[in-house]
Write a new protein. Structure first.
Length: 294
């Protein structure tokens, strides 16, 4: 009888602390269930699916005759840019505009806007785990959506080319740029989540991500080059490096090179962008841990 009372007292005095892996899994499940319950998540994924199928169906329009003549075919550079949703021409893939704002800035900015951050912290048990789970779910969600959309685009494009009687493009040659595209898409919500945690406003975070690749990097690069003469600084800016990583042309022409804005090798550009995203996510983690709930 005494042993039973001692055991009950001990159980009440020393609560069971879950392992780090178990706590992270619980935090990830919590964030995924919350994200899955939003209509915007499924609306974005549905829209991306439709666009991916449309991309594939319209792929034969990218076919052009070679300089030596013969049957039109789709060049690797055009194939890659089409399947990446025109990442070079738009300065950022169209899929990023759809996915990043839902999977990147949304989970962090929305909870502070609606004052539900304290609920998340109490449910998960740690601010650090809550933040890590948001970034992890955002990265995995974006990777999954991008991969499925890419697969649908490839299947629809291959079928459309066969129906039109056109030769299949060099799919193996497109593997490298498309894989780097998926890695860039995975790190984009990590960058966006860190930025949202730092600026403390979804509107500011969204505007920053929109203007950053379109204007801010160009203006900053020109300013630095005019002051210091170091024109190569522009090549090492984050989104310029990302475009260099996703580029599918071995020797891009002058216009394409100007759109890319970087002369970095693809793997160097990929490493540079991932480094920027990781640093910004770490800064966001420090800011998130010190923020008030309201």
């Amino acid at each position: 009888m005494t042993n039973e009372a001692d055991t009950a007292t001990h159980d009440r005095a020393v609560p069971v602390v879950p392992l780090a892996g178990t706590a992270l899994k619980r935090a990830v499940n919590f964030e995924w269930l919350r994200l899955k319950g939003l209509r915007s998540t499924w609306a974005v994924l549905g829209s991306l699916t439709v666009l991916a199928l449309l991309n594939g169906v319209l792929l034969p329009m990218e076919a052009a005759e070679s300089e030596r003549g013969g049957q039109p075919f789709v060049e690797v550079a055009r194939l890659v840019d089409t399947l990446q949703f025109n990442a070079i021409a738009m300065q950022l893939p169209l899929s990023a505009w759809f996915l990043v704002f839902v999977f990147g800035t949304g989970p962090i900015a929305s909870e502070f806007r609606h004052r539900t951050a304290r609920t998340a912290w109490l449910t998960v048990g740690s601010r650090g785990l809550s933040y890590a789970a948001k970034l992890l779910v955002g990265a995995l969600g974006t990777l999954t959506g991008s991969t499925v959309a890419l697969g649908l685009g490839i299947a629809a494009g291959s079928t459309a080319l066969t129906v039109r009687g056109l030769p299949q493009p060099d799919w193996p040659a497109a593997f490298g740029p498309l894989l780097r595209y998926l890695i860039v898409m995975t790190f984009l919500p990590i960058l966006a989540g860190g930025l949202a945690s730092l600026v403390r406003s979804r509107l500011v975070a969204v505007l920053s991500i929109i203007l950053w690749p379109l204007l801010l990097e160009r203006i900053f690069g020109l300013a630095v080059a005019s002051v210091t003469g170091a024109d190569e600084v522009r090549s090492w800016l984050p989104f310029a490096a990302a475009r260099a990583a996703m580029n599918g042309a071995e020797q891009p022409d002058g216009f394409t090179r100007a759109l890319i804005g970087s002369d970095l090798a693809p793997l160097t550009g990929l490493s540079t962008f991932c480094f920027y995203a990781t640093v910004l996510a770490c800064c966001g983690w420090l800011g998130y841990r010190r923020r008030a709930a309201s």
